[in-house]
Design a protein around this ligand. Structure first.
Ligand code: ZN
Length: 244
């Protein structure tokens, strides 16, 4: 696939990958700054030591900041499926949005179309399976909330990028109610099986990260019955994706 509209502005913030390189994860972010120009300047400033491979503006313009063969600095302290050096393994894509700090808003259609096009291209060129397409908040739930609850993960999954479960039609009975000790243990086993790295003290923020992505109507970090059921559905979908 060709991506003729990719513009280039190279960031100095990158390093070598391992030898041989292994690229099997795609990580999506939002920029969380007031403007695209400000974000791109930040990601290209040698003093910040942060970067990403791509930035996608709200009008769909795609910028390449770091060559894919190099390691960009976008994940920070993070963990997925037991691994923690995620910059080493991943392609990082920053999607322009002011974020929760500066006025979080919906991602425009032109931008989502560009996100889908770029991600399809990446997952076709690298062995990036659906269960290794992650959001920054999935891998750093104690620090990050991007790309956030307005991001249309279901749409991307429909295009073969990431996992989306088949959702049961009716809402679980007792929605909003808490779960018992056995269900709670099962729910945390589901979280871990999906790939979330839950540590002591990070339970609520990890639940919230899961909710932002898979139950975006409410991301309060509370393990209610609806969240527990959604966890089981998502885990099933991840189990199927991993067995393919
Ligand atoms: Zn991020």
């Amino acid at each position: 696939m060709t991506l003729p509209e990719v513009r280039e502005r190279l960031s100095p913030n990158h390093a070598a990958r391992g030898e041989p390189p292994r690229i099997d994860m795609l990580m999506l972010h939002y920029t969380g700054m007031k403007t695209a120009a400000e974000a791109i300047d930040w990601l290209c400033d040698p003093s910040t030591r942060v970067s990403a491979h791509y930035v996608i503006e709200e009008d769909g313009t795609i910028w390449r900041l770091v060559p894919e063969a190099r390691r960009a600095f976008h994940a920070g302290r993070s963990c997925w499926a037991g691994e923690s050096d995620l910059n080493e393994l991943s392609i990082g894509v920053e999607i322009v949005n002011p974020g929760h700090e500066w006025g979080y808003r919906s991602f425009p259609a032109e931008q989502m179309a560009a996100v889908e096009r770029l991600c399809r291209d990446l997952v076709s060129r690298y062995p990036i399976p659906p269960h290794r397409v992650v959001g920054h908040s999935d891998v750093a739930p104690d620090r990050k909330s991007d790309p956030g609850e307005r991001f249309d993960w279901a749409r991307l999954a429909g295009a073969g990028i990431g996992v989306w479960p088949e959702l049961a039609k009716e809402v679980a009975r007792g929605r909003g109610r808490g779960v018992g000790i056995v269900e709670r243990a099962a729910a945390f086993a589901d979280l871990a099986a999906i790939g979330y790295c839950v540590t002591a003290g990070s339970e609520a923020v990890t639940i919230a990260a899961f909710q932002r992505r898979f139950r975006p109507e409410r991301w309060d970090g509370r393990l209610d019955r609806e969240t527990a059921r959604r966890l089981a559905e998502v885990r099933d979908a991840y189990d199927r994706a991993r067995s393919r």
